[in-house]
Design a protein around this ligand. Structure first.
Ligand code: NAD
Ligand code: UDP
Length: 347
């Protein structure tokens, strides 16, 4: 059985960690990335960690000819599709860029997959597709709605995948809805490396702790939560990476047993446990012995009070569940941040 996986966006934060997990699980990998939000150094470091060069092709998912060449050169079992732009604020400023990259890019990828009869796809979706949830924890049947172009682009792709699965019953389309990925590989060699000012909480905290930023702003302390700050389901990126391997193993098993295709399958990847912003900040300060100065400011527009997953479906179907704690997440983030104060860039 074919064992080769195309990993679009494999040079990025979640993709690079997943490449290591895939390699450890015995999969052969080809990374396809245009490096718009990542660097070759991430590929070099993954190569060092896995002890062999990681196959890498620089290319854009919107470039059908380039993709066709990749599919002609390799016989893939399936595709893990991380490639996409992910900054909510930027998506509001540049909606066409986001729809073009995330939606048109995915359509091009699906067309080329279809031409080459590769019908196994694992797509990077997000808990953002649930909008402001009515009930917690959020399970996969919860209604979906989004308020910004980034979220809309994820939702649009989910709708496209659903429509495709109705028309052509031979597709296996798993949409993994990530909650809040944080942390880094335990080697400290790869991690999250925001290009500019971090938008997300954990990289902001770690850049304050390392002295690159002066003070964290905590957006709102008047939410109806345990301490007034927002509650999220933080999940260690290596647990998330293992979730992709579990999803792929599930598809392999289906293929081995000649089972019918599954169509569109949405799955939450979260821990099932919510932690508040303040709890994360305090845990980070405790674990790392660093001070993290912060101030409370107004709520950020578009933020919701609480969001955490029901992770039961992933456990039942894939036998996967998150193992690592908030303490592991803080320790590993700090190791990466302190060993690489400038991320992948030279000091
Ligand atoms: P990332 O930016 O680190 O990685 C994305 C990778 O895709 C980058 O290496 C980038 O260069 C590449 N890319 C972007 N557009 C491309 C294109 N047109 N062609 C080829 N490569 C392209 O982001 P990440 O945090 O690793 O996220 C991976 C995926 O997971 C994204 O689709 C993101 O939307 C989704 N996601 C991320 C989070 C999160 O908090 N990090 C949460 C939910 C979902
Ligand atoms: N947050 C914050 N300060 C920051 C960044 C984020 O207080 O500088 C809060 C944000 O309001 C939310 C939580 O941290 O409650 C997680 O935000 P993030 O942007 O990391 O992920 P989101 O859940 O919005 O996708």
């Amino acid at each position: 059985m074919k064992n080769k996986i195309l990993v679009t966006g494999g040079a990025g934060y979640i993709g690079s960690h997943t490449c290591i997990a895939l390699h450890e699980a015995g999969y052969e990998i080809v990374v396809y990335d245009n490096l718009s939000n990542s660097s070759r150094e991430a590929i070099n470091r993954v190569s060092t960690i896995i002890g062999q060069p990681l196959a890498f092709i620089e290319g854009d998912i919107r470039d059908a000819e380039s993709l066709r060449q990749v599919f002609a050169d390799h016989a893939f079992f399936g595709v893990i599709h991380f490639a996409g732009l992910k900054a909510v604020g930027e998506s509001v400023a540049k909606p066409l860029l986001y729809y073009n990259n995330n939606v048109s890019g995915t359509i091009t990828l699906l067309e080329v997959m279809m031409e080459h009869n590769v019908k196994n796809l694992i797509f990077s979706s997000s808990a953002t597709v649930y909008g402001d949830p009515n009930t917690l924890p959020i399970d996969e049947t919860a209604p979906r709605s989004c308020t910004n172009p980034y979220g809309q682009s994820k939702l649009a792709v989910e709708h496209i995948l659903e429509d495709l699965s109705v028309t052509d019953k031979s597709w296996n389309l798993i949409s993994l809805r990530y909650f809040n990925p944080v942390g880094a590989h335990p080697s400290g060699q790869i991690g999250e490396d925001p290009n500019d000012m971090p938008n997300n909480l954990m990289p902001y905290i770690s850049q304050v702790a390392v002295g690159k930023l002066e003070k964290l702003s905590i957006f709102g302390n008047d939410y109806p939560t345990v301490d007034g700050t927002g509650v999220r389901d933080f999940i260690h990126v290596t647990d998330l990476a293992a979730g992709h391997v579990a999803a792929l193993d599930y598809l392999k098993q289906l293929a081995l047993c000649n089972n019918d295709a599954i169509g569109f399958l949405p799955i939450n990847l979260g821990t099932g446990k919510g932690s508040s912003v303040l709890e994360l900040v305090n845990a980070f300060a405790d674990v790392t012995d660093q001070t993290v100065p912060y101030q409370f400011t107004d709520r950020r527009v578009g933020d919701i009070a609480s969001c955490y997953a029901s992770a039961d479906k992933a456990k039942t179907l894939f036998g996967w569940q998150a193992k690592l704690s908030i303490i592991d997440m803080c320790k590993d983030t700090w190791r990466w941040q302190s060993m690489n104060p400038n991320g992948y860039r030279a000091p």
